[in-house]
Design a protein. Structure first.
Length: 348
C-alpha cells in the first residue's frame, strides 16, 4: 500500500503522558491511513522528515474569525477554530470557504449570538448589523434556534451579560437550551455579572465561553460545574499579560474548577483586543497557573489523538511539549487535511 505522503519526526504525542519515539504518519487523501514507528513506515509518493515532535492539529475554542486573518493561525499550527459569535452574512461564507481553501483552518461556528432585546452585544460599537438575534420570550427563542439549525452550527451562543444590558429571563433561557438539545446542538454561554453563571448552569448550559471573572464562584457551584461543564479559558483577555483583578478572579475560579476535575479547553477570544495571532503563550502560561500539567494543556488545545481514520491535521513542534508547553507556539510544519501548509513569513 503506497501513501500520498509520509511525514516522520523524532517523536510524537499520541495522547499518553510521555512521548512515543520516532514516528511516521502515512496520509492518503485527507486522512491518516497509518501511524507507527518510523522503522516500520510504509511506502509513499512523498516522504518528509521534520526534526521535532508530531502532534494533532491545535484548536482554539474561542475566536472571532472575521476580525482576524485566520490563515495566520493555520500556519502557526492551529488547524481548527471555533467562532463563537458573528454576523451570519460574514461568518457562514467564511465557514464555507474554509472547507475548500487550504490556506484557512477548519472553521466551526455558532453564527449570531442570541440575546435579550437591547442585550449584549447588539448595541456594542464594534458589532456589525445582525450580529445578534434578539429573543424576548420562549416562543421567539425557539424560533431563533430553529432558524440556525439549517446551518448546522457547532453550538448555539447565548449571552448573559447583565453588566452591558438586559439578559433573557429563565423561561427564555430554558427554551433556548431545550430547542438546541432537541437538535443535538450544545449551548455555550457568555456569563458576566452576578449570578449569571449559576443561571446558565441551572438552565442546562454546559459550555462557558469564558472562565467567569466578574465574581468568585462559590464552592458548590464550582463542584456542580466540574461534573459536566466545559470552560473555555480566555484568561489573557483580562489585561493581556498584566495582573488585573479580573484576571486574578478568573484564575482563581479556573484553578478550583480544574482541581475539582472540570474540563478545560484552550481558547483566546481572538479578535478581542491585542491578542497575538497563533498560539497565545500567555494563555498557555495562564493554564499552567491554573494548575494544568503540560499533558493536560495538550489535551486542552488538541482534538482527538493522531490515529488511522482521523483527518490528517498535524502540527510539528521543535521540542517536547510535555516538558515545556511553550513550544506549542513554535510550529515547524503543519498539515491541514493532509496538505502541507506554507510556513509563516517573518512578520506575519
Amino acid at each position: 500500500m503506497i501513501f500520498d505522503l509520509l511525514l516522520t519526526a523524532d517523536a510524537a504525542w499520541l495522547g499518553e503522558r510521555t512521548l512515543a519515539g520516532p514516528t511516521a504518519v502515512g496520509v492518503r487523501g485527507s486522512e491518516i491511513g497509518w501511524i507507527g514507528p518510523s522503522r516500520d513506515a510504509p511506502s509513499a509518493v512523498t516522504r518528509t522528515h521534520v526534526d521535532g515532535v508530531l502532534l494533532p492539529g491545535l484548536t482554539d475554542h474561542h475566536v472571532h474569525a472575521a476580525m482576524i486573518r485566520p490563515e495566520q493561525l493555520l500556519a502557526a499550527g492551529v488547524t481548527t477554530v471555533l467562532d463563537l459569535g458573528w454576523a451570519p452574512d460574514e461568518i457562514w461564507p467564511l465557514v464555507d470557504r474554509a472547507r475548500s481553501d487550504p490556506a484557512l483552518p477548519h472553521i466551526r461556528a455558532a453564527g449570531p449570538f442570541l440575546t435579550a432585546p437591547g442585550g449584549y452585544p447588539s448595541r456594542q460599537s464594534w458589532a456589525p448589523p445582525r450580529v445578534a438575534i434578539e429573543v424576548e420570550d420562549p416562543v421567539s427563542a425557539i424560533r431563533a434556534v430553529e432558524s440556525l439549525v439549517a446551518r448546522r452550527p457547532a453550538t448555539i451562543k447565548v449571552t448573559l451579560n447583565s453588566e452591558a444590558g438586559p439578559v433573557v429571563d429563565d423561561a427564555t433561557l430554558n427554551a433556548v437550551v431545550g430547542a438546541a438539545r432537541a437538535h443535538g446542538i450544545p449551548v455555550t454561554a457568555h456569563t458576566q455579572g452576578h449570578g449569571q453563571t449559576r443561571r446558565a448552569y441551572l438552565a442546562g448550559v454546559r459550555v462557558l465561553a469564558h472562565t467567569p471573572w466578574t465574581e468568585e464562584l462559590d464552592d458548590s457551584l464550582v463542584a456542580d460545574l466540574a461534573r459536566d461543564t466545559t470552560i473555555v479559558s480566555t484568561i489573557d483577555i483580562h489585561g493581556w499579560g498584566e495582573h488585573t483583578r479580573d484576571r486574578r478572579t478568573a484564575l482563581h475560579n479556573l484553578r478550583r474548577f480544574h482541581s475539582a476535575g472540570g474540563t478545560v479547553r484552550y481558547g483566546t477570544d481572538l479578535g478581542n483586543g491585542p491578542l497575538p495571532i497563533g498560539v497565545n503563550i500567555r494563555e498557555i502560561a495562564a493554564l499552567t497557573d491554573a494548575g494544568l500539567s503540560p499533558v493536560e494543556i495538550l489535551r486542552a488545545i488538541t482534538g482527538a489523538p493522531l490515529r488511522p481514520g482521523a483527518t490528517a491535521d498535524v502540527s510539528v513542534v521543535p521540542a517536547d511539549p510535555t516538558a515545556d508547553p511553550a513550544v506549542l507556539g513554535q510550529a515547524k510544519a503543519v498539515l491541514k487535511a493532509g496538505r502541507p501548509v506554507p510556513a509563516r513569513a517573518d512578520g506575519d
